[in-house]
Design a protein around this ligand. Structure first.
Ligand SMILES: [Zn+2]
Length: 92
């Protein structure tokens, strides 16, 4: 395995720690670590990221909010608006 491939993989992983991994990058990373022992130890510490990446492949979108949760959010939002109207918002 070319060591520069490892550098590319490390860069990808660190770049994407705070982002969602596109599916094609997941495949590139999977393919590289499959036969690159030096990367395996590093990737072990990033297992969570890899798992998130695998989940993203299975799910196209997060599940929709349940109606009850949606109603609760809306009620909380209305309560927040009402509280703001009562106290006044200096930023407006
Ligand atoms: Zn590697």
């Amino acid at each position: 395995m070319n060591p520069s491939d490892c550098k590319a993989i490390f860069a990808l992983l660190s770049d994407y720690l705070d982002h969602e991994l596109p599916e094609d990058l997941c495949r590139d990373i999977d393919a590289h670590i499959a036969d690159c022992p030096p990367c395996v130890a590093f990737v072990e510490s990033l297992r969570k990221t890899i798992e998130l990446c695998r989940k993203a492949k299975e799910l196209d979108a997060p599940p929709p909010l349940a109606d009850s949760a949606r109603r609760e959010l809306f009620a909380a939002y209305q309560a927040m608006l009402a509280a703001r109207a009562r106290t006044g918002d200096p930023s407006h």
